[in-house]
Design a protein around this ligand. Structure first.
Ligand code: AMP
Length: 483
């Protein structure tokens, strides 16, 4: 779970990248970083925490140049340390190069062992560093060929941005697991932007052009933008969890509006698992669009029964005298008037460990709800993700070892139901596609095609992993700490 943003050919590159990262903050809150280039040199700044804290204005002012790439991180491979923060940037015999990665490589550990045996010294435990080492040993002369050489050896999920003194390169893995899209800035014919989600374009007045296609490499330099496909074709396996939970609802990914997809999921949920009720409420914020769909389809009135605080930081001081429900109340608080004496349907996008749902059900009952029916707009999450979404181990996923009835008992709801896998696939692909933009890059080949239900990765629900992954037995321990 990470976000990448890059811009080439704009005098305010670092500033705009900062804003772009801000719009991608939901994709990772652990660390943020930005590299800018003035054509001669790269300038890097990274830090732990939120974008707004990592980049005070005086810091951004130091990141000079007309191109920049940035990253927000939520650790999936490697621990939560500054040295695993991205972009990674190195000086090589051929010049400097920085890289920002969203996704997770499935053979990174095996490649790293081979590289270390032949003398490579790694700075971090992040899987992304493997790519930099593979590029360094490539015999190819051109940057794009060295990148392609490296990426032909890795497996897994990657939406990547590279920056050198002169050039920005964007690559999406051949299966298109994580999203990546291209935009332009109207009135700035030389400026191109690339981001994990197009919602980040809105903030800087950039225009969405199209999604980067699976297996596509875009090279952007003074000559303009060039598209190539350096990899063998693979079947598409875009992550459907992006639509269910992860992406922002104001994004459109691969032609499918996330907001519409979530409403469709809610409608399908009402059709499959309707229940007599007085109100339907979301678990805010991610459950809101699905609840709107559920209410539309079922006719059960939509209400806000829970309010979310947006100011919950990563750490808080718990009072010594224990307060009942302290943790969950920090985030969510019920509106008793909408709940008292009512039969309540509560819609959430997923149950992971089950602890949140259990607390929510108790909170709703304490607030006076007569019945609580939990409805989940995706199937039971029973398998961990190896492609870049932060999920706990299989043992911690409640649905890996418990039936729906058992989970219902655990979370103490009157009833619990999950959307089926076929209905989820159907609902997401039925969401209204957005027409591709008409920017300067429209002469580039490939128009975005709307994925069919077979072209999604749904391993976290089905256990059908599109890329094999054998968890590596060796555990790396970080001993050298950067503070
Ligand atoms: P849990 O208490 O572990 O069952 O958490 C369930 C809540 O976590 C739901 O409200 C989801 O919206 C949210 N959620 C689902 N997947 C993830 C994820 N990979 N990372 C963080 N939160 C998640």
């Amino acid at each position: 779970m990470c976000g990448v943003f890059g811009i080439h050919g704009h005098p305010e590159a670092a500033n705009l990248t900062y804003l772009g990262l801000h719009a991608l903050q939901h994709r990772g809150q652990e660390s943020a970083g930005l590299v800018a280039s003035d054509g001669q040199q790269l300038f890097l700044h990274r830090g732990m925490g939120h974008v707004i804290d990592v980049f005070p204005p005086e810091q951004i002012a130091k990141l000079k140049g007309t191109s920049a790439i940035g990253h927000v991180r939520y650790s999936t491979a490697g621990g939560s340390f500054l040295k695993n923060a991205q972009p990674l940037a190195v000086d090589t015999a051929r010049g400097s190069v920085a890289v920002a990665h969203n996704g997770n490589l499935t053979n990174a550990e095996a490649l790293r062992e081979k590289l270390e045996e032949r003398g490579s010294i790694f700075q971090s435990v992040s899987d992304t560093e493997v790519i930099v080492h593979l590029m360094a040993i490539s015999k190819a002369r051109q940057l794009e060929d060295r990148i392609a050489d490296a990426l032909r050896q890795v497996e897994g999920a990657y939406s990547l941005l590279f920056l050198t003194e002169q050039t920005m390169v964007a690559v999406r893995d051949p299966r298109g697991i994580r999203p990546l899209c291209l935009g332009i800035l109207p009135g700035k014919p030389d400026a191109h932007v690339i981001a994990s989600e197009p919602t980040s374009f809105d903030l800087i007045d950039a225009e969405f052009v199209r999604d980067v296609e699976p297996g596509e490499m875009l090279v952007i330099d003074q000559r303009g933008i060039q598209s190539s496909r350096p990899f063998d074709r693979s079947p598409r396996s875009s992550c459907i969890f992006e639509y269910v939970y992860f992406a922002r609802p104001d994004s459109t990914l691969d032609g499918i509006s996330v907001y519409e997809a979530r409403k469709h999921l809610g409608r399908a949920l009402a059709r499959e698992h309707g229940v007599a009720a007085d109100v339907v409420i979301p678990v805010p914020d991610s459950g809101v669009p699905a609840t709107i769909g559920f209410a539309e389809e079922s006719g059960v009135p939509f209400e806000m029964g829970l309010v979310r605080s947006h100011y919950v930081g990563r750490t808080f001081i718990e009072p010594q005298q224990s307060i009942r429900h302290f943790g969950v109340r920090l985030k969510l608080n019920p509106i008793s008037d909408t709940l008292r004496g009512k039969r309540v349907v509560v819609v959430d996008d997923s149950i992971v460990r089950g602890t949140t749902s259990r607390k929510i059900v108790k909170m709703l009952r304490d607030a006076g709800a007569r019945e609580v029916h939990m409805r989940i707009s995706s199937p039971p999450t029973a398998w961990p993700c190896y492609y870049g979404v932060d999920t706990p181990t299989r043992g911690e996923l409640i649905a890996s070892s418990h039936s729906v009835d058992e989970i219902n008992q655990y979370i103490t709801s009157d009833s619990l139901a999950y959307l089926s896998l076929p209905a989820m696939l159907e609902a997401v692909t039925a969401a209204r596609p957005r027409s591709p933009g008409n920017g300067a890059a429209r002469s580039l080949p490939v128009a975005p095609s709307r994925p069919d239900p077979q072209s999604f990765c749904h391993a976290c629900w089905s256990g059908e992993y599109p890329i094999e992954f054998t968890p590596h037995p060796r555990q790396r321990h970080v001993r050298l700490m950067e503070r």
